[in-house]
Design a binder for this molecule. Structure first.
Ligand code: GSH
Length: 312
């Protein structure tokens, strides 16, 4: 973003992509309950980029579901974002027009290409190191996240009535994917930063994109506790569990985790009620915090010196 200006204030880097009246505007469409949105949000905040923090337009009352629904998947939102999913970004530059992108991993990699510093991937000169991390994110997007989200419907007691064969299969699939991730996390062990960051060497896109998904099964546990939920939870004693417990305290992630917990707890209790009318207008904004301003984020360039030095 050529028009981006950088400010040094109190030792923190703050960069504006969007200023009132300025040339370039970055908008993020997201919802606080969405695990897929958290990675993009974390990457934007880590890089200190300001953006317009928006919900997808098109919220409505669904006659068929008999509940209020947020804007994703609607025709109105699809006019802006073809896939209809969140997260999505829109970059508006005069003379260039709108650039629209969805799919969280693609957005994160685009941010990395546009705003190389502070870096969230190893430099291009280390292709295998980059590829290993991107594999972890691909594993999350293709396998872990869908397996986790498959549990959502069982929060509603109406979905659990009449036998749990499909829930057992869903938990088993999630268990397989989690054990694969635990093995991957072990392979990354032994680096200079220990279990503080997934790679063991630097804070990367994996630290941005995975934590919320990994917190989800525990959050759902109250609902499904009598149903072998342990199978679908990260083991606290392993490297993956130690990393997860540490990384969610990172100043970039902590507010995102807090917002997500509030939103998700509220969503789960609605779902557990088994009542469609519990999903009243605006439920998807419970707990929502304005995240687009970067004023309060301590971005310490030295923190990721390992990536910064190498990318120069
Ligand atoms: N692989 C996608 C998944 C996005 C996704 O499934 N988002 C959900 C919310 S968590 C959504 O927008 N669902 C509604 C839809 O796709 O119509 C990504 O990482 O961006």
């Amino acid at each position: 973003m050529e028009s981006t200006s950088q400010q040094q204030q109190g030792g923190s880097k703050r960069r504006r992509v969007s200023d009132e009246g300025s040339t370039t505007l970055l908008r993020l469409y997201r919802l606080p309950v969405s695990n897929c949105c958290s990675g993009v949000l974390a990457a934007l905040r880590y890089k200190g980029l300001a953006f317009e923090d928006c919900e997808p337009p098109g919220a409505h009352y669904s006659d068929s579901l008999q509940q209020w629904r947020p804007g994703y998947g609607t025709a109105q939102y699809k006019e802006i974002v073809r896939m209809g999913s969140v997260p999505a970004v829109v970059l508006k530059s005069p003379g260039v027009g709108s650039f629209v992108l969805s799919e969280s991993a693609t957005i994160c990699e685009w941010l990395e290409d546009r705003h190389a510093s502070p870096a969230l991937l190893p430099p291009a000169g280390e292709p295998e190191r980059r590829a290993r991390l991107r594999f972890v994110i691909r594993h999350h997007d293709l396998y872990l996240s869908p397996a986790t989200k498959a549990l959502f419907k069982y929060c509603d007691p109406r979905s659990r009535a009449g036998g749990d064969v499909s829930l057992a299969a869903a938990l088993s699939e999630l268990g397989v994917r989690l054990r694969q991730l635990e093995e991957l996390a072990d392979e990354f062990g032994g680096g200079p930063r220990g279990d503080e960051v997934f790679e063991g060497r630097a804070f990367t896109l994996v630290d941005c994109c995975l934590p919320i998904t990994l917190l989800l099964p525990r959050q759902l546990q109250t609902t499904l506790e009598d149903r072998q939920m342990e199978l679908g939870c990260v083991r606290t004693e392993g490297r993956l569990g130690r990393w997860l417990a540490t990384v969610i305290e990172h100043p970039v992630l902590a507010p995102i985790v807090a917002e997500w917990r509030t939103a998700t707890d509220a969503w789960i209790s609605r779902k557990r009620s088994g009542r469609d009318d519990a999903f009243e207008e605006g439920w998807w904004n419970v707990g929502r915090q304005p995240m687009g301003s970067v004023e309060s984020i301590p971005i310490d360039g030295a923190e990721n010196a390992e990536l910064e030095v190498r990318s120069e």
